[in-house]
Ligand binder design. Structure first.
Ligand code: HSE
Length: 411
């Protein structure tokens, strides 16, 4: 039997899927038990994809996919919220199974689409939406199905990790590094979501559902990107023995869920500090497994396409066995979110040296902020604190206008 699929979009990931199906046919037939054929690919501008016209039928007409009863799986790779949501909704309503790599969509409208898929007995899988090629969602849904997770710390945006690595090690400036990330196909079409942390925030929303069973939205937590990160702070962090990475955190703190995306300092000898360029990594702490780290390429064509194919093959087997309609993850658990008093970390703080070390030390002492290190470097004062609450940090920011940057120090 042959399973026919349609691709929506033939960009970085779509062309990667095409290549894998063409080059790895024999293995795909063995592992899925079927031949997988790309019947059609929806593109905006067929002229742009002329070189692929001999491999796949190009169409600009979504209805021709929707109305083709032979197409069992629709693979959405156009990204963004609209019209991706409308396409997926229509595909599921037409009884088609869906694979998507769209984190924006699954983080925003995931519940609605998951419920729709279940009501229509269709599969909806999205392993490629988080951490590109690392099969993390399937791992959480299967290998962790009896384990209790207490914390996920992730480098889950390849573009920003690439930029920080290139700035920290090769001395490139921010603009050069971002341009390279775009040329290498890591960045979103508009890289704003990458550099402002929003892309990582969408991914931590999806991860929170799989790891903690808890539905949250990107409006529920603080998101800080790397776009305001100063070269000075990257260098100072290095001098103190740390590496700055954009980290997504989801952590159970006394039964409440703490979620955040922000640049953080990692000790130079931590495994996560050595994850460079477009590589992603997830450090998961859990009751039975202890600490495990999953790493691999988090962006780019073949790696992300591989995760898409893993979903396509899983759905293919379900179609053949007539077992479609099970949710990707059925873990559900309501958790309250933490408040500013619940969350305690040690911080790297960077102040403009418009005040004296003496005055700053006095203010820190008044706010009961214990200091591990304080020093003046050029026109800045750099402070490393012991554990303080978010509330103390917020009070400090209100009372000291010279505080210019604060980054958590992770252990
Ligand atoms: N722009 C994303 C990243 C692509 O850089 O991680 C993979 O989601």
């Amino acid at each position: 039997m042959a399973i026919k699929i349609a691709l929506l979009g033939l960009g970085t990931v779509g062309s990667g899927v095409l290549k894998i199906i063409k080059n790895n046919q024999k293995k795909i037939r063995q592992t899925s038990g079927e031949e997988i054929i790309i019947e059609k690919a929806l593109v905006r501008n067929p002229e742009k994809h002329r070189n692929l016209a001999s491999e796949v039928m190009l169409t600009t007409n979504f209805d021709s996919i929707l109305q083709d009863p032979e197409i069992k799986i629709v693979v959405e790779l156009i990204g963004g919220l609209h019209p991706a949501k409308e396409y997926i909704t229509a595909a599921i309503n037409a009884g088609k199974n869906v694979v998507t790599a769209n984190k924006d969509l699954m983080a925003t409208f995931g519940s609605e689409l998951i419920n729709l898929a279940a009501s229509k007995k269709c599969d909806l899988m999205y392993d490629a939406s988080v951490a590109g090629g690392i099969p993390i969602l399937r791992t959480l849904a299967t290998s962790y199905s009896s384990d209790i997770i207490s914390e996920i710390q992730g480098i889950i945006n390849g573009t920003t990790n690439y930029i920080l690595s290139q700035m920290g090690e090769k001395g490139l400036n921010y603009e050069e590094a971002l341009k390279n990330a775009q040329e290498l196909g890591f960045a979103e079409a508009d890289p704003t979501n990458d550099v402002t942390g929003k892309d990582a925030a969408y991914k931590i929303v999806i991860l929170s559902k799989f790891a903690f069973g808890t539905k949250i939205s990107i409006d529920d937590f603080t998101i800080q990107g790397i776009n305001n990160l100063k070269d000075f702070d990257i260098k100072q962090a290095q001098k103190l023995g740390y590496v700055i990475k954009l980290i997504g955190i989801a952590k159970n703190i006394n039964g409440k869920l703490f979620v955040e995306v922000a640049p953080c300092l990692l000790p130079g000898n931590a495994i996560m500090a050595h994850i460079k360029n477009e590589l992603n990594a997830l450090q998961i702490k859990s009751q039975s497994l202890g600490t495990a780290v999953f790493t691999g390429p988090g962006a780019g064509s073949p790696a992300t396409a591989n995760s898409v194919m893993s979903d396509v093959i899983t759905e293919t087997k379900n179609v053949v066995k007539n077992t479609t309609g099970q949710p990707f993850s059925n873990f559900s658990h309501v958790m309250q979110l933490t408040s500013s008093e619940d969350v305690k970390y040690s911080y790297y703080l960077s102040f403009e040296a418009e005040e004296t070390l003496f005055d700053l030390s006095k203010l820190l002492s008044n706010l009961e902020i214990p200091v591990r290190e304080i020093k003046q470097v050029q026109s800045r004062i750099v402070v490393v604190t012991e554990n303080i609450s978010r509330q103390q940090l917020q009070d400090l920011a209100i009372q000291d206008q010279y505080l210019k940057a604060s980054y958590k120090i992770l252990q």
